[in-house]
Every structure is written in structure tokens, then in C-alpha cells.
Ligand binder design. Sequence first.
Ligand code: NCD
Length: 320
Amino acid sequence: MLNQRRADGTLRHLITLEGLNRVELDALLDHAQHYVCALGARPPMNRALAGVTLGNLFTEPSTRTRVSFELAARRLGAEVINLEVQLSSRAKGETMLDTIHTLESLHFDGFIIRDSQPGVVAHVAANVAPHVSVFSAGEAHLSHPTQGLLDALTVRQHKGSRFGSLSIAIVGDIKHSRVARSAYEVFTGLGVGELRLVAPPALMPASGEFPAGLRFSTPEQGLAGVDVVMMLRIQKERMAQADIPDGEEYFARYGLTLQRLRLAKPDAIVMHPQPMNRGVEIDSAVADGAQSVIRDQVRNGVAVRMAVLESLLRPRLGRA
Ligand code: NCD
């Protein structure tokens, strides 16, 4: 595995949350909380990253993650350029690394990368100039570290920081989900009391994965008494056509309805990373209901990405 750290131990890249200790996770969440503000208020802005140039390279579709990384960079005074990787040089046969080296010559300091192929983000990180940082914005089914952090921040805001007393259920296509893998890293890193995996057998990850997770094959068992219900989309793009479950049947057995939500604690919160498939994994009455914190997750995404960009890039600015 790639070493994400500098020689002095500080984080240089963020490819995965694996290996971050509780102190580091708490520090990132505290830092992010400082950047959270109420909707309608003027969002916090500063010049902490003035003079820094970042590139957004996304080879998979994204709305929330790309826009929130871009806003986070701008609100810290950095310049950020969105590169249409699939339309320009990559399509002409230039490799991702050639593109990166070109941009390094143009004084880019960091790259925010989303890619469907496992290993590409780490490969770039292993080959950039020593002053450059790489941030994963989602890697295949493996890792989505800033999503994991924003999910943890959302739980903390609603349930407090005593994760040891919480029971969290992740429900749906866990097998193909990078959101679930990063959630697992962050929640176990923060000492969660119980982490439940609720999925039909075909969407359950291999037995060696998620070692601390408690596995349930029905929501009726898996949702009983939980504090947090985290719903996932079926990642059709990572499945063979024949394996894609029928939407109506899936909703009947696994969809989160108000009735099923009553199995959880009365004050349980409902999360979803989006995009949502209403009527497949979640009913609109739940998605838009009183227990939903889905919009908080989106708002927290900018704050978390500000904290990550600032924490990882600041040590290098200090030495410049
Ligand atoms: C997720 C992703 O792309 O991994 N979306 C996101 O980043 N908010 C989840 C998904 O696509 O289902």
C-alpha cells in the first residue's frame, strides 16, 4: 500500500482512511466543524491556500463531490481548474500520468482524482513531484475518504462524539460500494459500538472484508434498535447486466419505508450519499422526512473538504 505520509508523519495524500488514528480523525472532524455554517448564512472563507493551484480530474460522473471540492478550494483562496479528462487528452491516448506531468509544469500543487479503476489514484500519488498532493474523490468500489469523513461528521452532529454507544446499519449494495468501505474505516476508527451490514447475499461483501461488521440478510433484523441507518444505491455500473436486481422486488424486500424505519430507534437518523433511487432503496417519504439528514451530508461535504485540503497542504506551504 502507498505511504500517504511525509517523512515527518504528516499526511501528504488522502487515498484511504485506513491507517488514520482516532486523534487524526477527530482533528479533521473538529477542523471541518469549524467550517460548517447554517444555510443562508455567508459561508466561511479565508486565504489559507492563496497561491495554491489544484486540478479536478474526474473520469467518472460526479456532481456533489466535484462541486464541493471546487467550492472548498475556492473558499480557502486556492485556484481550481476542472479538467475534462475523458474528452481531452485522455481520449487522445495520453495517459493520466502524462496529463499530470503536464499540469505539474504549469505549477499545479495538488490533484483531486475520481476514477473507476482500482489503483489509479495511488499510482498517480506514487509518481507526482515531492511537493504535490493527491486527494481521492472516489476510487472504484474501494475508497471514498472524504465521503467517509462527511458521514462521520454528520453522525457526530446528530448523535454526539461517543461513537462507542452507537449502533450504525449500512443497508444495500455494500459489495460494490466505496462509500461503505470508507464508512467502515472511519466508524471503526472512531470506536463505533456496533456496525451492521444489511444486504441480500448477492450484495454482501466477501467474508474477509469488513471483519468487525455484523451481517444481516433482512432489514427486519438488521434495523432493530439502530441509531443510524445509512442507505446505499445499487451500483449498476459495477455489475453485470444479469446481476442487477429488479427495482420493484428490491424495494419490496430492502427499500427503506416509514414502516421499516420504525424498527430503528425513534430518534434514528437516515443517511444516503446520493444519488438516490427513490422507490428502489428508499421511499420519498423517508428521504424527505423528519429523520433524514441527507441534506446535512451535502452541506458537510464542503466543510470536510476544506479541512482536508487545508490540513494536508498547509505543512508544505509552511516550508515554501
Ligand atoms: C457516491 C459515489 O460516487 O461513490 N456518491 C457520492 O460521492 N456522493 C455514491 C454513489 O454513487 O452511489
